[in-house]
Design a protein around this ligand. Structure first.
Ligand code: ZN
Ligand code: ZN
Length: 86
């Protein structure tokens, strides 16, 4: 499986750990640290699907960040009202 590039910094590869509660913990050198219930291939296809969906009606780049409270990845767009939480 190819390593996933961190969606936040777009530079480093995400390191993946399987947590005790069977959620996956994704970490990056840029200090990104979030949880997602599914494995890297599922995360990857979900991200692609979200980017594609947003790209149908908006040409701006999506912004990815980690919600510090929930430790989940969130996706927003400055230009349109797009918001998505994994
Ligand atoms: Zn990163
Ligand atoms: Zn947009």
């Amino acid at each position: 499986m190819n390593a996933l590039i961190c969606p936040v910094c777009q530079k480093s590869k995400l390191v993946i750990y399987l947590n005790k509660d069977n959620r996956y913990n994704y970490r990056c050198k840029c200090s990104v640290n979030f949880f997602f219930k599914e494995d890297p291939p599922a995360l990857h296809s979900l991200l692609i699907a979200k980017i594609d969906t947003h790209g149908l009606f908006c040409s701006k780049r999506l912004i990815f960040f980690v919600n510090a409270l929930t430790q989940q990845l969130e996706i927003i767009c400055d230009t349109c009202d797009y918001f998505s939480c994994l």
